[in-house]
Design a protein around this ligand. Structure first.
Ligand SMILES: [Zn+2]
Length: 210
């Protein structure tokens, strides 16, 4: 599909002043970090004449309302931007998708690979399948269990985006905020616009195949 025919939804994970978000080693939270990434990505997508809409929640605004609006917008696909944090620190990029969505998996592969190229750290400890895609383990039932680290978060509010959107959707963890080196790199790439551009280019690359 041509860029100008694409309808793309970009959502900033969490909300302003959110208590559910992770904070990086320098104290920046996911919402603040990804707000700039999302702005840059959207500007780039608009320059390519894609039909793109951005959602970023102020304090107290509900994710369900955003999801309803994304569905109404009839996006061809949607991405919600986050960063991860695990102990001990690992580094990489992760794309999460709903287990029954093959298109979601394909979009997750695209995004995780493209974004990882921008924030990859040599020799870092990797969570399983990093730089690629981690999926929900369908065998373990729905709501699913996070397969890579055995973290169980049934009904985690951040799952709603994957579950309730009506188009292929990916929750993208661009990097690990508590990995010093990867976060420093991600900050550089964010600040100079490289990260937002990588997200945009990746979305266009996926859209081109539709
Ligand atoms: Zn998050």
């Amino acid at each position: 599909m041509l860029a100008e025919d694409l309808r793309i939804a970009v959502v900033v994970g969490h909300s302003e002043g959110s208590r559910s978000e992770a904070h990086a080693v320098d104290g920046i939270g996911e919402w603040e970090f990804q707000s700039k990434v999302a702005d840059d990505a959207v500007r780039y997508l608009k320059a390519r004449r894609a039909q793109v809409q951005l959602w970023s929640r102020k304090k107290g605004q509900s994710l369900q309302k955003v999801i309803r609006e994304v569905n109404k917008f009839k996006a061809h696909f949607a991405v919600e931007l986050h960063f991860n944090s695990i102990t001990p620190p690992a580094a990489g990029t992760e794309g999460l998708f709903w287990p029954t969505s093959a298109a979601g998996a394909a979009l997750a592969w695209q995004l995780a690979q493209d974004v990882n190229r921008v924030v990859a750290v040599q020799g870092a400890r990797l969570p399983r399948a990093v730089g690629q895609v981690r999926s929900w383990n369908a065998e373990k039932g729905t709501p699913p269990i996070f397969d890579a680290r055995g973290i169980q978060q049934p009904n985690g509010p951040w799952l709603e985006f994957l579950r309730d959107t009506t188009m292929p959707a990916v929750l993208l963890e661009t990097h690990f905020g508590n990995h010093r080196l990867q976060h420093a790199l991600a900050m550089l790439r964010r600040d100079d616009g490289t990260l937002g551009r990588a997200v945009a280019l990746s979305l266009l690359a996926y859209g081109q195949k539709l």
